[in-house]
Write a protein that binds this ligand. Structure first.
Ligand SMILES: Cc1ncc(COP(=O)(O)O)c(C=O)c1O
Length: 423
């Protein structure tokens, strides 16, 4: 069947708004490590997928899933040791008393549970998020999204504060940004406290990934976290994108910024593509949640999900992938900076570990169309990247953690050539 037939079938069955990343949609049939292969067997360098965190079809994860599927798969009303083995290993990677876990299937569910935990603890319903984010697709979590307005409009129980930014920092300068962000949060807290909703908590990605991952100093959120706690609210760190060693220097985004959240949510990379996600918190918060809500998740944390997540965590540790993210990420960042210096359209190069980006501007305006052209040109050249940010003008690079320096060179050389061709 031709690519065009596939697109027509997809539209008919899945709806015409179902997204495809590229003008010429990509239909891989096989994946291995950092490579995705189309039906002609042409390899494409995957520089965007954060779900196959330890590499596409990693043999140890595949084996763990296959063996457990062939042995037993039941829901969590039955007692099984794998979820406990995983939970103990996972929580050992988090400090601050974060020692209790609920496993779910998606990041959306994890954030939905986290919001309800904050509601249960505080008795309030008011939340604060940033004005340019995405935390998932449940009815409650959609209230925090930036782009699509829910039917009936955004609820009055949500306040959105400006997201930090590199080129247009809140407060007018990078030095004033932390204070300005905190002031925005404090205003939102006061506003919610004066409303019938009260204040339950602040949810944010500690790398501000969907916001365009601005460069923030360690301690950036210290005052904000203090203000939230002073007001009796909880801080929820959505680690769906930065977690599990991607940032190289630290295992978690919040660890890199140097604060301890009350609740941590995680998903995408957690089981290398098998649907697994989790909420980790302090035991008393989990207790309050379970007293308030009767929560059961049929597939969440089943033995296969736990086996896949456990194998993924073991691979990250055994193969030193956080260290690889730091080493190769640093090398790639240096190459991207060199390229950026040669091309006027590149206004900023930034990021950490295996999560890097180039912000593109033309005549002081976000270069949205140019970024799209660049993304498509790279895809034609067999290198898969995509865009992020408020105006989709930031080239986002976020490969599996098994990315090598050789892969980084191929990406950088292709980018240089594509910049010349597309812009
Ligand atoms: C920061 C963040 N949180 C949560 C989610 C939702 O995760 P899921 O698609 O697994 O529901 C996403 C998905 O893109 C995300 O980027």
């Amino acid at each position: 069947m031709s690519g065009e037939d596939l697109i027509a079938r997809r539209r008919r069955l899945l709806g015409r708004h179902v997204t495809t990343f590229y003008e010429e949609p990509f239909a891989p049939v096989r994946g291995e490590g950092v490579w995705l292969y189309d039906r002609e067997g042409r390899p494409h360098l995957d520089c965007y997928n954060n779900v196959p965190h330890v590499g596409h079809c990693h043999p140890r994860v595949v084996d763990a899933i296959a063996r457990q599927t062939a042995t037993l798969n039941v829901h969590t009303r039955y007692v099984h040791d794998l979820i406990l083995d995983y939970g103990e290993r996972l929580t050992a990677r988090l400090g601050g008393g974060l020692s209790a876990m609920i496993m779910v299937c998606t990041g959306s569910e994890a954030n939905d549970v986290a919001l309800r935990m904050a509601e249960a603890v505080t008795g309030n319903r008011g939340f604060i998020g940033t004005d340019n984010t995405y935390h998932g697709n449940t009815s409650a979590v959609s209230q925090l999204n930036a782009r699509k307005v829910p039917v009936g409009g955004f609820g009055d129980h949500v306040r959105k504060v400006p997201a930090p930014d590199n080129l247009a920092p809140i407060g007018g300068s990078p030095e004033k940004q932390a204070e300005a962000f905190c002031a925005e949060v404090e205003t939102a807290i006061a506003d919610l406290q004066a409303s019938p909703h009260g204040f339950a908590g602040l949810i944010l990605c500690p790398y501000f990934a969907n916001e365009g991952f601005p460069t923030l100093p360690r301690g950036f959120l210290d005052r904000t976290v203090e203000a939230v706690h002073l007001a009796g609210g909880l801080v929820i760190a959505d680690e769906v994108q930065p977690g599990f060693g991607r940032l190289g220097s630290h295992f978690w985004g919040h660890e890199r910024l140097g604060f301890t959240p009350d609740i941590v949510t995680m998903g995408k990379p957690m089981a290398n593509g098998y649907p697994a996600a989790a909420v980790v918190t302090r035991p008393e918060i989990l207790e309050a949640f379970q007293e308030q809500f009767r929560y059961f998740n049929t597939f969440g944390g089943n033995p296969v999900a736990a086996a896949a997540a456990l194998a993924t965590l073991q691979v990250i540790e055994d193969e030193g992938l956080q260290e690889n993210a730091r080493d190769v990420g640093g090398y790639l960042l240096a190459r991207l900076c060199e390229i950026g210096a040669r091309h006027e359209v590149v206004a900023d190069v930034r990021g950490a570990g295996m999560f890097l980006g180039l912000e593109l501007m033309e005549d002081d305006r976000p270069a949205t169309a140019s970024c799209a052209r660049l993304v498509n040109e790279m895809r034609r050249r067999g290198v898969l990247v995509h865009s992020a940010g408020r105006h989709d003008h930031i080239l986002k690079i976020r490969p599996p953690l098994v990315f090598s320096r050789e892969n980084a060179d191929l990406l950088a050389d292709t980018l240089e050539a594509a910049l010349g061709e597309a812009l």
